[in-house]
Design a binder for this molecule. Structure first.
Ligand SMILES: Nc1ncnc2c1ncn2[C@@H]1O[C@H](COP(=O)(O)OP(=O)(O)OP(=O)(O)O)[C@@H](O)[C@H]1O
Ligand SMILES: [Mg+2]
Length: 366
């Protein structure tokens, strides 16, 4: 899968821009705050129909009423145009000139893996960022997950609203017995079970691939282990015991919306015992593993988006990362300085300069 062209209108600091990309490596160079990350965010947003870091309305250029991202994609040597338009009232997506009403039919038409400086948040900011990794990956991998996830969120909200409604009605002494709550809980459990199975499977596969990638990237013989942690049992009796505390809290306290992943390197917890460099290598290994997984499951290579990741690695690890990148994939790299990018990446690369939301093609060795 290749991005042939990317066109932006009123997208963050891009008034109007059109970029013809190389099917292999593309490098965007610019000083801070010129619009490098915005390019990658636009591509990611088109792939997942949402940004990884902001709400739709935040991406509209200040003072404008809408943004438009369009891209010409080469799928198996067949071109298709994807368009996303975001406005304050909501968003619309189009493929091949037709509006796609169901967002799950649009997500995953373009597949991407983003390597971002924010990936480290996954190891620093607690479980929420790890659930985001699982969700954003699974949304791309499986259409069924998109539907199941939507159903899960809906059941969770229905149950939470009802718990809040029950709060003034419960009596301190009595145990809670409520038919409606039983029904809502059973519905919640059935969607929760599906999400749990998807995530568990995903984590098991990702862990295996990540171990291989970590060994190659670090050059060390270590064992990487993922531990998927849940706080529930998927049966009504378990939830019935928690009725009173759920009502008091006004929310469902047990379920996949509270799950977590722990990462270990030879039994050392990455979050508490590993160095910054080791954390970076873990996050890169996870993303490399994800790229392989997407390629296998979708039968087509995803586009790799690398946001300023080279500047954080020493030359040795930079070269290791470069040799590990699958050459069959299209790569889009941003950097503040061409000298931060190894020679290996520059060969045959198309180079662009970014200046205040304007993109110009440059000579790779100029
Ligand atoms: N909605 C918006 N309207 C107009 N400008 C915006 C909007 N959102 C963000 N910007 C501007 O886009 C600029 C570029 O942001 P971006 O994150 O792409 O920079 P960058 O080139 O990646 O910089 P760095 O090297 O610091 O990461 C910022 O100055 C920001 O103020
Ligand atoms: Mg940036």
């Amino acid at each position: 899968m290749r991005l042939v062209n990317l066109s932006l209108t009123n997208f963050r600091n891009y008034k109007k821009e059109s970029i013809n990309l190389s099917p292999s490596t593309n490098i965007f160079i610019g000083n801070n705050a010129q619009g490098k990350t915005n390019i990658l965010e636009a591509i990611y947003t088109l792939a997942l129909a949402r940004s990884y870091k902001a709400k739709d309305k935040d991406m509209i250029m200040n003072g404008a009423e809408f943004y438009k991202i369009s891209a010409l994609i080469d799928f198996f040597n067949r071109d298709e145009e994807l368009i996303m338009i975001g406005a304050n009232e909501g968003k619309k997506v189009f493929a091949g000139g037709r509006e796609i009403k169901k967002i799950s039919d649009f997500i995953g038409k373009l597949n991407v893996v983003l390597f971002s400086p924010d990936d480290l948040l996954m190891l620093k900011n607690g479980p929420q960022e790890k659930r985001k990794l699982m969700d954003m990956s699974l949304l791309q991998i499986s259409k069924q997950y998109i539907d199941d996830y939507t159903a899960f969120k809906k059941q969770l909200k229905l149950r939470n609203d009802y718990l809040k409604y029950l709060l003034p009605k419960i009596n301190e002494e009595e145990t809670v017995s409520d038919d409606m709550l039983d029904v809502l809980t059973s519905n919640f459990i059935s969607t929760n079970t599906k999400i749990y199975e998807f995530r568990k499977n995903f984590i098991d596969n990702l862990a295996k691939l990540t171990t291989q990638k970590y060994a190659l990237l670090s050059g060390e013989k270590t064992t990487i282990r993922f531990e998927y942690q849940i706080n529930f049992k998927n049966n009504l009796d378990f939830y019935k015991e928690k009725y009173k505390s759920d009502i008091t809290a006004g929310s469902t306290q047990f379920g996949c919306h509270r799950d977590d992943i722990k990462f270990y390197k030879d039994d050392q917890d990455f979050e508490t015992a590993c160095s910054q460099g080791e954390m970076r290598m873990l996050s890169l290994s996870i993303k490399l593993a994800l790229a392989d997984m997407l390629k296998t499951m979708k039968n087509e290579a995803p586009v790799l988006l690398l946001d300023d990741v080279f500047s954080e690695l020493d030359k040795n690890h930079q070269n290791r990362l470069l040799t590990m990148l699958d050459k069959s994939m299209q790569i889009i790299i941003t950097t503040t300085d061409i000298y931060k990018i190894g020679k290996l990446a520059l060969d045959n690369a198309k180079v662009f300069m970014i200046n205040h939301g304007a993109v110009k093609e440059a000579q790779a060795n100029g």
